[in-house]
Design a protein around this ligand. Structure first.
Ligand code: FAD
Length: 485
């Protein structure tokens, strides 16, 4: 017989946003019962959290059994079952295992899934969670050529890591890594793609997460609901194709996928191409620039779609253009007492001039943590201000084995022509770019061990007028820290 629970707080999702939210609310409200409902068998916990500077943070992520959380917080219960129904007006939630809940406050942290080029095409793969990464590895081990579509972080890492397989990388922009970089930074990184693996720079320290291989084999109830992977998702997974020696990367710029054919469809098509010249492949990709490539399979890394499906029917959620649950500056959705955090939500407040939402690991943690504080404050009818972490966009990551720090409007987002760029580049070593508007620094890209992050973060936060320094700002012979101390 299904039980009907009356609970103060219910959190949905065992990714970084949900787990951080559940932990925070459980510790802030020790006398209230907290339920964490998740479709995946393991939960993601943040460990070794380190505040690198005012806004930059680093942490490790570990996939752990849910018992770890329950042992740590006596008032926190984890239920491994996907939510299948929400009646927001009634504050009622139903899980696939039949359990039902009446909550006071609910926080949806159900993440996002890859936006696939086409659904249900066996030759198209998306990479999202441990299961899909393992499927990718399996298919890659037999592949001689793959086509990668997309230009975000996942595509960047993927094309860099794959060995022993030819990679055709189709991007719609003029330069690689458009989500994170401008053409200059892309130029700086290209030689790393072309270098032999053994010649590549040594890895630098970066967050990593571990997966429990025994448990990772079981996916969530629907088989598609695992947590998103994160930095170093390819660590411990050998991404090697079927060709003995490295087979190189070929980039097709400014194009998209026109059509993907199965072998049969291709042979039967009326395409004017000399079909025999393209060889025999399981799939063929026709690009908008007219080129056609045969391949073993296609990796679709073209962004994500928020996982909102089970929550929408019968409710009145306001959705953003990207289909995320729109949240206000208290992480509240448009349905009363329903909050959302992480990849599933879209920030609907008027953002600070130096912050933008990006569906990243760090923001999932920050939003989960802040949503919990907002829920607690709202229950206690206490005021709460938008957290300082939303003042300045900041992100530390690693691309092509270089440390990468992104600050503020690092790509001059939303600035139109109204900005100036200063760039310093030492081939194979570092790339530094600052974005200035009205003589004030509003963003920076730091690739390599530049050691400039804290100083630049301060200059961005204090909005000091830097006009009189001009290009001296990036003069490598000047110790910039002394300059401004
Ligand atoms: P998720 O981690 O996706 O967690 C969602 C949770 O909700 C899961 O536990 C899922 O099981 C559960 N769930 C879903 N639906 C339901 C339901 N109906 N009922 C119950 N539970 C449900 N970010 C970075 O910052 N740096 C990187 O280098 C980086 N690399 C990435 C590489 C890959 C391959 C991918 C896929 C993502 C990467 N990201 C990276 C993005 C980062 O992983 C995500 O932004 C972050 O994990 C989002 O966390 P989340 O908690 O919002 O969602």
């Amino acid at each position: 017989m299904a039980s009907d629970k009356q609970v103060t707080f219910v959190i949905v999702g065992g990714g970084i946003a949900g787990v951080t939210c559940a932990e925070q609310i459980a510790s802030q409200c020790p006398s209230d019962e907290v339920y964490l409902l998740t479709a995946s068998p393991l939960v993601k916990t943040v460990t070794n959290f380190k505040q690198v500077s005012k806004t930059l943070e680093e942490f490790d992520v570990e996939e752990q059994p849910s018992s770890v959380l329950e042992e740590k917080y006596p008032n926190l219960k984890v239920v491994q079952s996907a939510v299948k129904l929400l009646q927001a007006k009634e504050h009622y939630l139903q899980a696939e295992n039949g359990q039902t809940f009446h909550y006071k406050k609910l926080c949806i942290c159900s993440g996002a899934r890859p936006k696939l080029l086409t659904q249900e095409n066996p030759h198209v793969l998306g990479i999202r969670d441990t299961d899909s990464a393992q499927e990718f590895q399996k298919r890659l081990s037999k592949a001689k050529r793959i086509v990668v579509i997309g230009n975000g972080g996942i595509a960047l890492e993927l094309v860099y890591e794959v060995e022993g397989c030819e990679v055709i990388w189709a991007i719609k922009d003029k330069a690689i890594g458009n989500t994170f970089f401008d053409a200059g930074a892309a130029q700086f990184l290209i030689p790393s793609l072309e270098a032999d693996k053994k010649d590549r720079s040594l890895p630098c320290k970066r967050s990593r997460y571990t997966t429990d291989k025994t448990a990772a084999g079981h996916s969530g109830a629907s088989g598609e609901l695992g947590s998103a992977l994160g930095p170093d998702w390819h660590e411990g997974i050998e991404l090697r194709g079927a060709v003995q020696n490295s087979s190189g990367i070929h980039i097709e710029y400014e194009c998209e996928v026109e059509k993907i054919y199965t072998q049969q469809e291709f042979l039967e098509s009326k395409l004017s191409t000399k079909k025999s010249e393209l060889g025999v492949w399981p799939a063929y990709v026709q690009l908008t620039n007219g080129k056609i490539y045969g391949c073993d399979f296609v990796v679709s890394a073209t962004g994500v779609v928020p996982n909102t499906d089970p929550f929408l029917s019968g409710n009145n959620f306001e959705l953003a253009e990207d289909h995320g649950l729109k949240v206000d500056d208290h992480m509240r959705t448009s349905e009363q007492d329903v909050y959302a955090a992480g990849d599933v939500c879209t920030a609907g407040w008027e953002p600070s001039a130096l912050w933008q939402q990006m569906r990243l690991w760090t923001q999932a943690r920050q939003m989960g943590w802040y949503a919990a504080r907002c829920m607690a404050a709202d229950v206690l009818e206490e005021p709460i201000e938008l957290d300082f972490c939303f003042e300045l966009f900041s992100h530390i990551t690693k691309f092509f084995n270089y440390k990468v720090v992104l600050l503020g409007k690092f790509n001059a987002q939303g600035l139109g022509q109204d900005h100036e760029l200063l760039v310093r580049c030492t081939k194979g070593q570092e790339y530094v770019k600052v974005v200035l508007t009205g003589g004030r620094m509003v963003g920076a890209v730091l690739i390599g061990d530049t050691d400039l992050e804290e100083t630049f973060e301060n200059l961005i936060l204090n909005q000091m007028d830097l006009s009189r320094y001009g290009e001296e700002l990036l003069n490598p012979n000047i110790d910039i820290e002394d300059y401004f101390d």
